[in-house]
Design a protein around this ligand. Structure first.
Ligand code: NAD
Ligand code: NA
Length: 396
């Protein structure tokens, strides 16, 4: 089958198995090129199939020869339909990892559920005994609460007042003004229920209750801050409340891990094109300007560069982990540099449909977006029949 991107709104309905595999290989090569990390050996990644979670899995496996268990929620291929990109990524990762002699198994299902937690616990017990790193990297629009069975839906809304700013449709390049109505109290509570820290704490509680966390184990979840420009819709909006909750949860988890000398951190990561961030109004315009500035400065990073740096320069240096005044690890340091932000703010004022192709990195945005689905990847021949991938080797 020849597979081409098929867009509907902001999503791509198809994914290319060879392109996804090449993406994974490129990330593996990057980690290897940076040399060994004195890092974790047995790692659980929750949200392991795309974005920062996939990079976290690859950086552990190829940075410090870690055995990895990945949990994710992805679609297998079916009659006339390709799999979701995370499914192909995971198939490719496991194939590579097994060929390299690395333990790698996966669980595909709802990480918020009791069933998937129980299944993961059984797998760790049977195969690894304990884990020394737990990465929590879920990004989901919904969560069915395991106790109440209520289905919570997260929203991306400002709080208090309507927010109006510029945004771009990155497919057409059209810059327009968007207004977003403020959230209700219910929207806020729902977003915190989905993207806040409760489920992270539930995972750690469940693992600890079974004595599956090794002495000195670390757990890390990912957050975002961003500039004043996007604050109303991000950090001071509904998603920001969820991130506040996630960051506070790092402290409650940290307290619970004291008896095993364990540590819980939130790492604040850079803004990147992912399926999740493309759906947030205003953010794609910010990212296209940010990419332009960071690439010009030679400080642009993707997920794998970010996570390799998180492991090598922050978490596993042998020295205390550097954190900000709120206890957070900052690998958004280059994004947040004063000169970078001043330049982005200046370009923001100038951005129109006409100017954006020159002042912003719209092409880079589009190409990064397509590459999430395995398209526009170097070394992949898209004229050729795609390899059929029908199984993930280590799927439990
Ligand atoms: P992503 O969409 O690429 O990855 C999400 C992962 O979660 C996938 O592996 C997916 O399969 C999994 N998942 C979703 N729902 C699930 C469920 N119910 N059960 C099991 N697995 C499920 O997202 P991402 O951008 O890598 O985001 C990961 C984290 O990083 C989030 O907390 C996000 O807020 C944070 N972050 C993102 C950015 C950014 O710009 N993209 C920046 C900083 C921080
Ligand atoms: Na992820």
């Amino acid at each position: 089958m020849i597979i081409e991107p098929r867009m509907r709104g902001f999503i791509c309905l198809t994914a290319h198995p060879d392109g996804c595999a090449q993406n994974v290989k490129n990330q593996i090569e990057y980690v290897k090129s940076k040399g060994a990390i004195n890092g974790p050996k047995k790692v659980l990644v929750i949200g392991a199939s795309t974005g920062f979670g996939l990079a976290s899995r690859i950086a552990a496996a190829y940075g410090s020869d870690a055995a990895t268990i990945g949990v994710f929620f992805e679609k297998a291929p079916s009659e006339g339909k390709t799999a979701s990109p995370g499914w192909y990524n995971s198939a490719a990762f496991e194939k590579e990892a097994h060929a390299a002699g690395l333990y790698a198994k996966s669980i595909n299902g709802d990480a918020f559920s009791k069933e998937i937690k129980a299944k993961t616990i059984e797998l760790i017990k049977a195969d690894l005994g304990q884990v020394d790193l737990v990465i929590y990297s879920l990004a989901s629009p919904v969560r069915k609460h395991p106790d109440t069975e209520v289905l919570h839906r997260s929203t991306l809304k400002p709080i208090g007042e309507t927010y109006t700013n510029k945004t771009v449709d990155f497919h057409t390049g059209n810059v327009s003004e968007v207004s977003i109505e403020p959230a209700t109290e219910e929207d806020i509570a729902n977003t915190v229920a989905v993207m806040g820290g409760e489920d992270w704490a539930m995972w750690i509680d469940a693992l600890k209750a079974e004595n599956l966390l090794a002495e000195g184990a670390t757990t890390v979840a990912y957050s975002y801050i961003g500039p004043a420009l996007t604050e109303p819709v991000y950090r001071k909006g509904t998603i920001g409340r969820a991130k506040d909750d996630l960051e506070a949860t790092a402290f409650t988890i940290g307290d619970k891990l004291k008896d095993i000398n364990g540590k819980a951190y939130v790492s604040v990561n850079k803004a990147l094109v992912t399926q999740a961030s493309s759906a947030i109004p205003v953010i794609p315009l910010y990212i296209s300007l940010l990419y332009k500035v960071m690439k010009a400065e030679g400080i642009h990073e993707g997920t794998i560069e970010q996570i390799q740096r998180l492991y090598a320069d922050r978490l596993f240096t042998g020295n205390p982990v550097p954190v900000d005044e709120k206890g957070r690890i900052r690998i958004d340091d280059w994004e947040m540099r004063e000169d970078v932000q001043a330049k982005v703010a200046e370009l923001w004022e100038q951005a129109t449909t006409e100017t954006l192709p020159a002042i912003g990195d719209l092409a880079g945005y589009r190409s990064d977006f397509l590459s999430l689905f395995g398209f526009e990847i170097d070394k992949v021949d898209y004229q050729k029949e795609a390899n059929e991938v029908v199984a993930i080797e280590g799927l439990v």
